[in-house]
Ligand binder design. Structure first.
Ligand code: TMO
Length: 323
């Protein structure tokens, strides 16, 4: 009698476990489409996440996509995830896509972010702009930052225009610095790092757009301190030239997913929602490419091999169910 009751309970329990495992298993064989943008940590992380998905049996496809266009692309399902959403430059596009429907929040990385103009530390050490990191120092030192294409003004080398539109030209106007400084856009992220190297070699000043987490965290980089950011100060948020001098806010680094991914690929979605990278981890992904000159694919393979203790735990719950 008591054996039967025990067996019955065990039977019910294992049936329940099977039912739970049953609903959570069976990812679709359709490839999970992962976006490839145009900065190193994003591309390496795309392949890192792709490798993690493949380790649980999923198939993946890498889809090159413009940053600005990627929020609509994930909303309609042309790509399935966003793995680096930077608050200061992308939250509007992220929340707009969510409001229209089709993009869901898939969690937040363990990293505080900043995307801002700044100088390598040796520019400060050599006294090329006394008073930095305060932006007011820029009023007097611009001549040390002139380049052949800047017409005697100091030059800000901004990233590609597809990243942030006209935020930085509007910044200069808002600060009343547009008579002495001018923004030039880099064709690609590589041009920013080439400029850092060239300026160092030539011992001249340089102001570039940069961000953290990045590979430059290791050597040290000084972000310029601008008037504080507040909601509404930028043109896209309703601001005008009297307010666009505001700096960039520190913020979060988020993930997002197409709303059907938890249904079509429940196991991969579970892993994706769990995974989180911190500042040194993201910096190291970029460094493998920008300092060590590896390909993005090789960098991701090395990162995965060196960091199994970091990412394997995220896959254990779904592998535990199916094994
Ligand atoms: C989006 N980015 C980190 C390149 O500024």
């Amino acid at each position: 009698m008591s054996r039967n009751i025990k067996g019955g309970i065990a039977g019910i329990v294992s049936a329940a476990v099977l039912a739970i495992a049953g609903t959570a298993s069976a990812d679709s064989n359709e490839p999970i489409k992962i976006p490839i943008k145009n900065w190193s940590s994003q591309i390496v992380m795309a392949h890192v996440i792709g490798g993690i998905f493949e380790s649980i049996g999923a198939t993946v496809e890498y889809v090159p996509v413009d940053n600005q266009a990627s929020f609509e692309a994930v909303r309609v399902g042309d790509i399935h995830i966003l793995h680096e959403v930077w608050q200061s430059t992308m939250q509007n596009a992220y929340y707009s896509a969510m409001e229209k429907g089709g993009l869901i929040d898939a969690g937040t990385h363990d990293a505080e972010t900043l995307e801002e103009m700044g100088v390598p530390n040796w520019v400060v050490d050599q006294g090329l702009c006394p008073g930095l990191p305060s932006w007011e120092a820029l009023k007097d030192c611009y001549a040390n930052f002139a380049t052949p294409d800047s017409g005697g003004k100091g030059r800000w080398l901004e990233g590609p225009q597809s990243w942030h539109g006209d935020i930085m030209p509007n910044r200069l106007k808002g600060l009343g610095l547009d008579d002495t400084w001018v923004v030039k856009f880099a064709g690609a992220a590589d041009a920013l790092w080439a400029e850092l190297e060239a300026a160092k070699k030539e011992g001249r000043g340089t102001v570039i757009f940069n961000w953290t987490p990045n590979f430059t965290d290791a050597e040290g980089f000084t972000f310029i301190e601008f008037p504080p950011y507040y909601d509404g100060c930028r043109i896209v948020d309703g601001g005008d030239v009297s307010t666009t001098g505001c700096g960039s806010p520190t913020g979060w680094l988020k993930k997002g997913a197409h709303y059907k991914l938890p249904k079509t690929h429940p196991q991969a979605y579970t892993v994706f929602s769990k995974l989180t990278f911190n500042t040194p981890q993201i910096g190291s992904m970029a460094a493998l490419v920008d300092l060590d000159k590896m390909t993005h694919e090789d960098a991701a393979a090395k990162w995965l091999a060196d960091n199994e203790d970091v990412w394997k735990p995220w896959t254990e719950s779904v592998l535990g169910e199916s094994n």
